[in-house]
Each structure stands twice: as structure tokens, then as C-alpha cells.
Design a protein around this ligand. Structure first.
Ligand code: ADP
Ligand code: MG
Length: 595
């Protein structure tokens, strides 16, 4: 008897589990499945991301559904469209030998009539995002008055995203006798509140300690100056040629910007955030899953619950506003028993947040240095050498070999190797020779370089509904600056202060000349005591912190080992497109001006 059979699962499920290659149940499955199968009970199950919660409720749910009846018998609520589709797919896999079982996904951004039609054809299980489910109920397109089970998946995330009222309202359309199963990675107060309010004596299951990060993930942080964040990101990517990563930014705007810069610099990157259409998001996810994208730049909301295995690195381009969110970010890697790295790029002022996170995840961070030029060159050379070693020979080139051999016949093997690597690496070396050290001096020492040396007064404050975060958002939006360009936002009752670099002063004063908001003048002035910030030294350092290095003469957009498809290479190396071996293609090492 196999371990899944021992949990009490039926033959058709066991067959599907076998097909999926699952050998042993995970801990949360082992603990949840027998209870859900044998009892009619509410349940709260807490386990880290990547521990197999979907199957923990999916298997028993499928077994309990009466597939001879077309009635909707279960509703699964999940926070995002991506997750909703993912759960639906998983459930379809689990139930592939239960032919008459239909699972329908209901989520925003796609045709509601199509979804309604699918439900009408008979959906025993509906997997839905709260917003769209509300719509469906309001328009009488779905009937959940007969369900026996309601699953709240990733409950902490749903509540984080402000779905409390939706959940409450949806539940009010479900029958009293139904059982509620709540699955969550963490148990913040809001989740406890849901459990208390909407559940009856739930069985509680906790796997590992609550709030623990995934243990096969190692955590690293890199101290840099604000200005160098993007360059640091690129170096981290260059130092990990086979990187397959999710990069988290705080806002949609930053997400889009970072992705655009990466693409421009020749990386296989894409953005994933809520301003994209469903279609665009599906496309991005498809390319990511198929590894055409190596760096997925995402907001927390858009990346929630994304289940792509084998993600090697999670990079926190900026730390999340809510420290708890860090657990979810780092949970994108180290899945299904694999190991992963969660990297955080931070400025000195954020080090204390690292200490807070360490307490939450009960794991230590390692402070690491942004790799320098030499290290990266070494890694890349070695990587290319390895790629060459692994490359299968393309016999289509055989007819040309006599000519090639003739052209190169005077060289020894050693000389050829040197020449070949010189072709690929000279520009790269030149660039990295001049590349500055990006690691900021360790904590305790000198003050942060980039905190802006010009301080402003602005006549709006908390009375106008702002806090430091929303004021920062307002300013970055109006001024078209990065969040990192605005520092030390201090929100008082009827006025506030903030800092920027001196170079933005003109823009700021101009933008807020005769500027009105809701019929009221918003006024910005430079404050008198700004010199107390000690700006002089900072400015000097800035001009020395050269991002200008690296030959500007390069006009291609090649990157360093990030391109797998090569499909958009219109430059002089385009002949490599025909290569059959993706590894060769991905190893074309070129570098644009900036690192
Ligand atoms: P969670 O919801 O806890 O974050 P998922 O349900 O998304 O985790 O599962 C994470 C990954 O682990 C998925 O790829 C899933 O197919 C896989 N998985 C789940 N259960 C098992 C198992 N018993 N054996 C092997 N892989 C599993
Ligand atoms: Mg999950």
C-alpha cells in the first residue's frame, strides 16, 4: 500500500497522483487529508508556501464531490487570477480519472459570460477570485446556495489584499451547513478573525512553526547606495548566468521601469503587474514557465501564489512595505524540495528591517558583497567554457568546415581558445575593468550617501489624508521620479517635509508653481535648515560613483548570457540565431555600456 493510499484516497485519485509523480505526501497533506476525508468539519491549516496545500484540500475535495450531480458543491476562493487558474489546473490533473467532474475558474479580466456558460454546463467545483465571484452572484450567474465545502486558499493573502468584505458577502450566500477549510501560510490577526467569525470549532493544523520561511531557502542581503540598486541587480544576474528568478518591486511603476531597463540592456526580462491586461499577463506567465523569460519583475499582488518550480533566485529589488510579505516572496523559490536563494538589495537605513525579518522567518541573513568585475568575468568565462563542453555539434555546418579550417589552420588549439574567448569577452572585460565597487560601506560607518541634500516643505499632511507612503507616491507620480529619488518624507498634520537631490529642485519648484489639488493650492518651498543634512560630501561622492564607465561605443543591446531565444537579435551576431543549441545561444556574451 503506498503512502497516499494509507491516507484513504480512492483508486482514481491514486492513479492521477501516480501520473503526477508524487511519491510521498507532504506533511500538511499527511495531516489534513485523513481528517478531511473522515470528518465533516471546519479546518484551519497553516503551512509555508510550497508545501503542497493545494493537494491537501484538493484530494479530499475531489473524493467527496458527487460527480453524478451537476450541482455546484464546492467553492474555492483564492486571491489572484494566476492562482485561481493554477488551482483549477491542479484540480483538473487530480481528477482526470473522474470524468464527469467539472472544475470552472472564475476570475476578472476575462469574459464573464463565458464563465457563466461554463458554470451552467455543470461545475461541481468553482475556483474563484473574490471580486469576480461577487459579480457573478450579484448578476445571478452562479448559485452557491447548495455548496457543501468552501475553501479559503492563501487566506492571509486574500485579507492582505482587502478582500475581507467580499469574502464575508460571498459566504453569506452559502448554506449554514457547509464546511469551511482555510489554508494559509501565516496566521495574522485578520485570519484568526475570519476563523473565529465564520467557522465552527475548526480543527487546527500547523506544519512547522507558524510564519516560518521555507527552510531550504537561504537569505542574503546586499548593502548598496540607493543610486546603485539597478546596477547591483544586473551584477547579481551576471554573477548567476543560469538565473531563473522573480524580482520584486514595490509599485507597478517601478516594476515596469526595472523590467524595461533590463530588456533594454538585453536581458530576458518581463514585467508582471496589475496594469497589464489578462491576456498580457497570461503571455508573460507562459513565457516564464517555458523559461523564455529568466527575470520576471513583479509586484507582490501579481506574483502571489505563482507556482513555478525551479525558481533559483528571488530578488527583493526593494523590501516590501509589510514585512510579512517577505515570507511570500521568498516562498517563490526553494519549492518542491529544491534549494533557492532569496536576495535583498537594501540601503543602510533598511538594515534594521532585515533584523525584523530574521525574527519572523527564524533564519539568519548572510551579508554579502555585490560581486566585482573580476568575479563576474571569472564566472562567465567558466560558464561559457562549460556550455561549449556540453554543446552538441551541429552538423549543418559541416560543408563550411573546410573553408573555416583553412582560415584558421595556422593556429594551435591554445591560440584558438584564446581568440575565441577574446571575441566573446573583450568588451565585457573592458567594461568590468572600469566598473566601480557597488557595495556600500558596512553599517555603522559613514552616513548614507544618497538621501538627498535638499529639504522641502509642502503644505499638505495627514489632515489631507496623506501618510509618508501615500505622500511619496503622490510626489513620485506628479514629478515622474523614482521612489528612491525622494527621501525622508515626514508627514505632519497640515504640512510635511521631504528630501531630494539638489538636481531635482528646479523640477519640483516648477511643478508646484500654481499647482492646485481639489481647488486648493499645493505649495512647496525649500526649507532653510537644509544644510544641516551635510550635503557637500554627498555630492562629491556622487560624481565619483561612476556609472559612466564602460565604452559608450557599443551600439548593440546584447547582454551577458541572458538571452535564450535570440529571436530579437537584429545585430551583427544574428548569424547565431540558426544555432540549434540553446546553450550556445545563451552563452553569447556581450555587454552594453552599463553594468
Ligand atoms: P502551496 O499551496 O503550499 O504553496 P502548492 O500546492 O502550490 O504549495 O505545491 C507546491 C508544488 O509542490 C507544486 O508544484 C506541487 O505540484 C508539488 N507537490 C505537491 N504535493 C506534492 C507531493 N506530495 N510530492 C511531490 N510534489 C508535490
Ligand atoms: Mg497554495
Amino acid at each position: 500500500m503506498n503512502a497516499f493510499q494509507a491516507l484513504g484516497l480512492d483508486a482514481d485519485l491514486l492513479q492521477a497522483i501516480n501520473d503526477m509523480g508524487f511519491e510521498t505526501p507532504s506533511e500538511v497533506q499527511e495531516k489534513s487529508i485523513p481528517i478531511l476525508l473522515s470528518q465533516e468539519t471546519d479546518l484551519v491549516s497553516l503551512a509555508q508556501t510550497g508545501t503542497g496545500k493545494t493537494a491537501a484540500f484538493g484530494f479530499p475535495l475531489i473524493q467527496k464531490i458527487d460527480s453524478n450531480s451537476k450541482k455546484t458543491q464546492a467553492l474555492i476562493l483564492s486571491p489572484t487570477r494566476e492562482l485561481c487558474l493554477q488551482i483549477t489546473n491542479e484540480l483538473k490533473n487530480y481528477s482526470k480519472y473522474k470524468k464527469s467532474l467539472n472544475v470552472v475558474a472564475v476570475y476578472g479580466g476575462a469574459s464573464i459570460t463565458d464563465q457563466a456558460r461554463a458554470i451552467e454546463r455543470g461545475a461541481q467545483i468553482i475556483v474563484a477570485t473574490p471580486g469576480r465571484m461577487q459579480d457573478m452572484i450579484r448578476r445571478n450567474l452562479a448559485d452557491i446556495s447548495t455548496i457543501n465545502y468552501c475553501v479559503l486558499d492563501e487566506a492571509d493573502e486574500m485579507l492582505n489584499m482587502g478582500f475581507y468584505e467580499d469574502i464575508k458577502s460571498i459566504l453569506s450566500h452559502t448554506p449554514k451547513h457547509k464546511k469551511t477549510w482555510l489554508f494559509s501560510a501565516t496566521m495574522p490577526k485578520e485570519v484568526a478573525k475570519i476563523a473565529k467569525k465564520f467557522m465552527k470549532d475548526p480543527v487546527e493544523i500547523t506544519v512547522g512553526s507558524k510564519n516560518m520561511g521555507t527552510s531550504n531557502v537561504t537569505h542574503e542581503y546586499y548593502l548598496v547606495n540607493h543610486r546603485n540598486r539597478y546596477d547591483a541587480l544586473k551584477r547579481l544576474a551576471d554573477a548567476n548566468p543560469d538565473i531563473f528568478s522573480v524580482i520584486f518591486c514595490r509599485t507597478k511603476r517601478d516594476t515596469q521601469k526595472v523590467a524595461e531597463k533590463l530588456i533594454e540592456d538585453g536581458y530576458n526580462a518581463a514585467a508582471l503587474h496589475g496594469d497589464l491586461s489578462q491576456n498580457q499577463r497570461d503571455l508573460v506567465m507562459k513565457s516564464f514557465r517555458s523559461r523564455q523569460i529568466q527575470m520576471l519583475v513583479a509586484t507582490d499582488v501579481a506574483a502571489r501564489g505563482i507556482d513555478v518550480d525551479d525558481i533559483t533566485h528571488v530578488i527583493n529589488y526593494q523590501l516590501p512595505d509589510e514585512i510579512e510579505t517577505y515570507t511570500h516572496r521568498s516562498g517563490r523559490t526553494g519549492r518542491a524540495g529544491k534549494s533557492g536563494v532569496s536576495m535583498v538589495i537594501i540601503s543602510k537605513s533598511e538594515v534594521r528591517k532585515i533584523r525584523t525579518i530574521e525574527k519572523i522567518i527564524q533564519q539568519k541573513f548572510e551579508e554579502k558583497q555585490i560581486p566585482d568585475g573580476k568575479e563576474i568575468c571569472k564566472i562567465q568565462l567558466f560558464h561559457l567554457a562549460n556550455d561549449i563542453k556540453k554543446t552538441e555539434i551541429n552538423h549543418d555546418i559541416d560543408p563550411y568546415l573546410p573553408n573555416i579550417n583553412e582560415a584558421l589552420e595556422d593556429f594551435t588549439k591554445e591560440e584558438l581558445i584564446k581568440k575565441f574567448f577574446s571575441v566573446e569577452f573583450t568588451r565585457f572585460f573592458n567594461y568590468y575593468q572600469k566598473a566601480p565597487d557597488l557595495t556600500a560601506e558596512s553599517a555603522g560607518g559613514r552616513p548614507e550617501v544618497s538621501e538627498g541634500n535638499t529639504r522641502y516643505f509642502i503644505n499638505v499632511g495627514s489632515k489631507d489624508g496623506y501618510d509618508w507612503k501615500s505622500l511619496k507616491d503622490f510626489l513620485t507620480g506628479e514629478l515622474n521620479l523614482d521612489r528612491d529619488d525622494i527621501f525622508k518624507v515626514d508627514c505632519k498634520a497640515s504640512f510635511s517635509f521631504f528630501n531630494t537631490d539638489e538636481k531635482h529642485a528646479d523640477l519640483i519648484l516648477k511643478t508646484f508653481t500654481d499647482y492646485q489639488q481639489n481647488g486648493r493650492y499645493v505649495n512647496v518651498e525649500i526649507t532653510k535648515d537644509q544644510k544641516s543634512e551635510g550635503g557637500g560630501r554627498k555630492r562629491r561622492e556622487r560624481s565619483g560613483g561612476g556609472r559612466k564607465g564602460g565604452g559608450k561605443s557599443f551600439n548593440d543591446k546584447g547582454s551577458f548570457g541572458k538571452r535564450r531565444s535570440g529571436s530579437d537579435r537584429g545585430d551583427k551576431k544574428g548569424h547565431r540565431k540558426g544555432s540549434r543549441n540553446k546553450n550556445v545561444e545563451s552563452s553569447i556574451k556581450r555587454r552594453r555600456s552599463k553594468a
